[in-house]
Design a protein around this ligand. Structure first.
Ligand SMILES: [Zn+2]
Length: 207
């Protein structure tokens, strides 16, 4: 049961349709343990940095949508205050390619990292927060996405997304996302392995 989520008043327009439908349509829903309408669904992915560079990056999908798409939506209006796009496709590429995944070898222990206890290098700049995406240039610290990860035995919550190089942006209009702990642990233990970066850019078809 995935919640439909909204960015401000605008319905998120990257939802992948069918995956969000409630099985059984309008009928009475069966109660599900540890998963309800107030929770989101997370997938962790792993993919090589490039054809030439086989180092593994960590990707993230929330409710079926790449986290970089959520960031694009959350930062579109903010970016429009400081840069003029040449055309809509260029703007979308810019927004989507702000970030790339973090390098597996750099975060050292993904199980600890994504439960909010990163190694000291990744706790830099905003105490209590964790970088969950890095920069698309390959140097994660040049444009990271930070969030506060709070883990309990029942849930893992990602809240207060921030851009450390844009204090003036404040908290980004995305999340908080609440995940059921058992599903989160399972997703983290068995990331979906992709042959290449699964992000689909404007003008490209799904890989
Ligand atoms: Zn960079």
């Amino acid at each position: 049961m995935y919640k439909k989520y909204y960015i401000g008043e605008q319905e998120h327009n990257h939802n992948r349709g069918a995956a969000f439908d409630v099985p059984g349509g309008q009928g009475r829903r069966q109660p599900l343990p540890l998963q309800n309408e107030d929770m989101q669904h997370i997938e962790f992915l792993s993919y090589p940095q490039s054809e030439q560079q086989p180092d593994v990056l960590w990707g993230i999908r929330i409710d079926g949508t790449d986290l970089r798409v959520h960031v694009a939506d959350a930062t579109r209006e903010l970016w429009r205050k400081e840069r003029v796009a040449r055309n809509p496709a260029e703007e979308e590429r810019f927004l989507l390619l702000q970030h790339d995944g973090l390098l597996d070898w750099q975060i050292e222990d993904a199980g600890r990292h994504f439960l909010g206890t990163p190694i000291p290098a990744f706790a830099w700049s905003l105490p209590g927060s964790t970088a969950v995406l890095g920069c698309s240039c390959g140097e994660w610290g040049c444009w990271p996405l930070r969030t506060v990860i709070t883990a309990t035995p029942e849930t893992v919550t990602w809240s207060s997304f921030r851009q450390p190089f844009r204090d003036e942006w404040g908290e980004l209009p995305m999340g908080p996302y609440v995940f059921a702990r058992p599903a989160y642990d399972a997703a983290l233990a068995e990331p979906v392995r992709c042959a290449e970066d699964p992000l689909v850019l404007p003008g490209e078809t799904a890989r």
